[in-house]
Design a protein. Structure first.
Length: 232
């Protein structure tokens, strides 16, 4: 069964990759910029995040030390386009302080720290949930973790592979159990699902043009749920 699940997951990935091409995600000139983006993208679109990051770049503030050097009020004004700007400014300050205290903001010094340890530390920061923590680990720190987001849940629920009530950790474990642990694969797989969710698997799906339409049938999925979640 595991081999069948792996085959299906890889088939999904290859179809998406063939359609969208390699996504080169997460966009950012430096790992620290990726961390900033992971915070700012909470509850907003990437277009809004780009505007906020542009403001930070214009003021030459994309380092932990420089973000801490300005007032929270000024930082909030700069990240206003991302929404919830007061909250996010405060959160950025805390995250920057964490990385300065943990490694002097030199991220390569974290290479010897186990992923599980870093994950727990990130999750202990107020406002950092599993998706944000895993995005930082995968995209900024190059750790082999699988990021689960709303697009992942929507796509795989509609395909009948996961139940809509399945929680973050069970979905993540499903991918960890059934895919080879490859950083580049996890990176691009998540990015492909984001592209699918934005372009086709929307709230109102565009099924007739979807690259997965041949293997996604909303009408008869019960058996797949049992198969892929190991309940058969």
């Amino acid at each position: 069964m595991a081999n069948k699940t792996l085959e299906t997951l890889i088939n999904i990935y290859l179809r998406l990759n063939s359609h969208f091409g390699h996504r080169n995600w997460w966009p950012g000139d430096t790992p620290f910029e990726v961390i900033i983006g992971a915070i700012l993208t909470q509850n907003t679109s990437w277009k809004n995040v780009e505007s906020a990051i542009y403001n930070l770049k214009t003021d030459d503030l994309l380092t932990a030390e420089r973000i801490l050097s300005i007032s929270t009020e000024r930082l909030a004004e700069l990240v206003r386009p991302s929404g919830y700007y007061n909250q996010k400014a405060a959160r950025l300050k805390v995250v920057c302080r964490y990385f300065i205290d943990r490694c002097g903001a030199e991220l390569d010094k974290l290479d010897t720290i186990p992923t599980a340890v870093l994950r727990e530390e990130l999750l202990s920061i107020n406002g950092i949930g599993p998706e944000t923590a895993d995005s930082i680990l995968l995209y900024a720190l190059n750790r082999t973790v699988f990021v689960v987001d709303a697009y992942t849940k929507r796509v795989f629920n509609r395909m009948g592979i996961i139940d809509e009530k399945t929680d973050y950790y069970d979905i993540q474990q499903f991918f960890l159990d059934n895919l080879n642990h490859d950083h580049e694969l996890f990176n691009d797989y998540h990015a492909q699902l984001v592209a699918l969710g934005k372009n086709y698997c929307k709230t109102k799906p565009v099924c007739d043009k979807c690259p997965l339409t041949e293997i996604c049938d909303f009408g008869s999925q019960t058996g797949k749920v049992q198969l892929f979640m190991g309940k058969a």
